[in-house]
Design a protein around this ligand. Structure first.
Ligand SMILES: Cc1cc2nc3c(=O)[nH]c(=O)nc-3n(C[C@H](O)[C@H](O)[C@H](O)COP(=O)(O)OP(=O)(O)OC[C@H]3O[C@@H](n4cnc5c(N)ncnc54)[C@H](O)[C@@H]3O)c2cc1C
Length: 417
């Protein structure tokens, strides 16, 4: 018997024929408040009506996030979830940021990823006027940036960045190679992490510069080449070369937004990564949930041996375990996000939830593809997108090995060098 893609969720789904899953996960006490429940429903409606059908089309053809998704998220305030209301943001916490990220990630991880380039990122200027102006733009989705931390020779070990900002008169000349910089060409600014070299040639601290620029261009002195990836389409990842890029002290900024954004230079990056890791866990939960929901449909649609696949106990138990793991990871990220909003230091917990949720997403999306049989190994259905994108979540924002290192370094004495 042949099967066709589900009319409700497969690759061929259109804007109008996508339906909400029969039992979407509801917010449970103690997290459910009337306001959160309403916001969750809004995000869910937007994801099913806009994000998912756009993902089905634009990911397959490896295009960047379309205006329908970007502008829609901007109008809903998703670039300013954690930006205080007095600056035009939603004034919400890490919990809501992650809640929205799961919903968007259920449709397309790239949509949930691009909102991380708002949230007050790249606004910590010493000049209060420039600072306030960029915070307001950030909240509206008009100050959406890129993070150039990783380099060809420096990934997990960010303290070893080789890009330098050499003091030159009253400014700096920045030179070096960066790799993986998502949204670098498309965005409004690039955060460049580099080591300061003083006028006498001595090595200074690591700082992050904000290179402001018009969209769809590179700053003077920067060239770039897109990296060909196997997934995470929607956001172009660039290899950058910086040659004597001029910047000033006024361009030095702490990189992250309003949650966990203390410190400067490398410390600020590490603090920002704590929030990013919980958000990555939420993104992973969203795409694993998408894989499970699609598989629940498929098990009822596909008939073998005269029965829907969903009649076979091995597969029923499989889907039960997958859903239990997704639900467990959601409970964990909600707990860590709540602790962060409560001001509890959560470095270890952020690493733990990133590790657990992203490894879960790899496992669950792989199982979901398996349960689709040969149809899973095609581009006819969305399941392969969840599988490809899940594979990235254990690599970026710090690999699983680095999360294990962070956790173990906080529970065991560090080994002698
Ligand atoms: C699609 C994509 C998008 C990205 N977007 C961005 C971006 O926008 N901006 C940005 O700055 N970066 C970005 N990155 C970079 C990403 O953060 C790095 O790839 C990641 O931190 C790992 O670094 P690496 O690739 O250099 O691997 P490496 O550091 O070379 O690690 C290779 C392997 O060794 C392991 N390893 C390394 N050190 C240790 C250790 N001490 N103990 C045990 N195992 C170890 C790693 O876990 C990994 O398995 C992106 C990456 C990808 C793939």
């Amino acid at each position: 018997m042949t099967t066709t893609p589900s009319p409700t969720r497969g690759r061929n789904a259109t804007v109008t024929d996508i339906a909400l899953p029969a039992e979407p996960p509801a917010l449970q006490p103690p997290w459910a408040t009337p306001s959160r429940v309403a916001l969750l429903q809004q995000a869910r409606d937007f994801t099913y009506s806009v994000v998912l059908p756009q993902a089905n089309e634009f990911d397959r053809t490896e295009q960047t996030l379309p205006a329908a998704v970007i502008d829609g998220m901007a109008s809903l305030g998703y670039f300013g979830i954690t930006v205080p209301k007095e600056y035009g943001g939603l004034g919400l916490g890490v919990f809501e940021y992650c809640m929205f990220s799961e919903e968007l990630g259920r449709g397309w991880m790239s949509a949930a990823s691009i909102i991380a380039r708002g949230q007050g990122l790249g606004t910590r200027f010493s000049d209060p006027v420039r600072r306030e102006a960029t915070i307001r733009r950030s909240a509206l989705g008009q100050w959406v940036g890129a993070a150039a931390f990783s380099e060809p020779e420096t990934g997990s070990d960010l303290a070893s960045v080789q890009t330098v900002a050499v003091r030159d008169g009253d400014g700096y000349l920045i030179s070096g190679e960066k790799r993986w910089c998502g949204n670098a060409f498309e965005g409004d600014f690039i955060l460049v992490m580099c080591r300061i070299i003083e006028a006498d040639g001595s090595s200074g601290p690591i700082e992050t510069f904000v290179l402001e620029k018009p969209r769809n261009s590179f700053p003077t002195g920067v060239t770039g080449t897109p990296i060909e990836k196997i997934g995470y389409h929607g956001i172009v990842s660039w290899a950058l070369t910086l040659t004597d890029v001029r910047a000033t002290d006024a361009d030095i900024a702490e990189p992250f937004g309003f949650s966990g954004a203390e410190g400067r230079g490398l410390r600020a990056v590490e603090n920002g990564l704590n929030v990013a890791r919980v958000q990555t866990a939420a993104r992973a939960v969203g795409l694993a949930r998408g894989a499970v929901e699609d598989t629940i449909d498929y098990l009822q649609e596909r008939v073998q041996f005269g029965h829907p696949l969903g009649d076979f106990q091995a597969l029923r138990f499989g889907i039960a375990e997958m859903l239990a793991k997704v639900t467990q990871a959601r409970a964990f990220y909600q707990q860590v996000a709540h602790l962060m909003d409560s001001g509890v230091p959560c470095e270890k917990e952020a690493a733990m939830v990133k590790l657990v949720a992203t490894e879960m997403a790899v496992e669950v999306t792989g199982q979901a593809l398996q349960l689709h049989g040969g149809n899973g190994y095609t581009r006819e259905r969305a399941i392969e997108r969840y599988w490809r994108d899940a594979r990235l979540t254990t690599i970026f924002e710090g690999t699983s090995e680095i999360q294990r290192k962070i956790i173990s370094d906080r529970i065991l004495p560090r080994p002698a060098r």
